[in-house]
Design a protein. Structure first.
Lengths: 112, 113
């Protein structure tokens, strides 16, 4: 049973435009969400996170939005750059837990 | 400040051999987590260790897999009598405290022939 779902395996965006990566979850106990970026042959790199007490968190070009009622979060990258091309993983955690539950990832390609 | 180190980066084993994967956490981090990524899948939690203690191994297969984090030296994930289904990328992460953000190493790609 997949508790964190990233339904788009891939996404292509023109350089300078907005990239929107989506993530849905089924476990209502999750209260903390993270986005990781992964280049080929490297480990995931932490990007940004959000607690369930917030609905938005911003860090530079990256913004994460959380809609608890819909059990949905999204990562916005504005403006998109070719160096953003990578696989993006959504991850979630329950209160008082260390275990991260990951989605399968979305491969973002930013076209120059 | 070096990040999480893993070695080897690539490991090839024949069926029935043993695989040993090493992880050195970031400086100041005493919490280590191992995850496995099968092809076309997300990362799956395997085990959580602190120095000299296994805290949670609920994600580890019951047989052939073991993990340790000794007082001195790196954390080791050991797979005995490997099978083709063990072929995957194994990632180690570390954090300074138990519920903090986890920082990942580059992974070890295990191929079982």
């Amino acid at each position: 049973d997949q508790q964190v779902k990233q339904n788009s395996p891939s996404l292509s965006v023109q350089e300078g435009r907005i990239s929107i990566l989506n993530c849905d979850y089924t476990n209502s106990m999750f209260d903390y969400f993270l986005w990781y970026k992964k280049y080929p042959a490297e480990g995931p790199t932490f990007l940004i996170s959000i607690s369930s007490i917030k609905d938005k968190n911003e860090d530079g070009r990256f913004t994460v939005f959380l809609n608890k009622s819909a059990k949905h979060l999204s990562l916005h990258i504005v403006p998109s750059q070719p160096g953003d091309s990578a696989v993006y993983f959504c991850a979630a955690r329950q209160p008082g837990s260390y275990q991260l539950t990951f989605g399968k990832g979305t491969k973002l390609s930013v076209i120059p | 400040n070096a990040g999480v180190m893993q070695n080897p980066r690539h490991l090839v084993r024949r069926r029935g051999q043993e695989a040993r994967l090493r992880c050195s956490p970031m400086k100041g981090h005493s919490h280590v987590y191992w995850y496995r990524q099968l092809p076309e899948e997300g990362l799956k939690f395997m085990v959580y260790l602190q120095k000299e203690n296994i805290i949670d191994e609920s994600g580890m297969p019951k047989e052939r897999f073991s993990a340790e984090f000794p007082k001195e030296g790196p954390s080791i994930l050991r797979i005995q009598q490997v099978v083709r289904g063990d072929s995957a990328a194994y990632f180690c992460a570390s954090s300074p405290r138990w519920a903090d953000t986890q920082y990942f190493g580059p992974g070890t790609r295990l191929t079982v022939l």
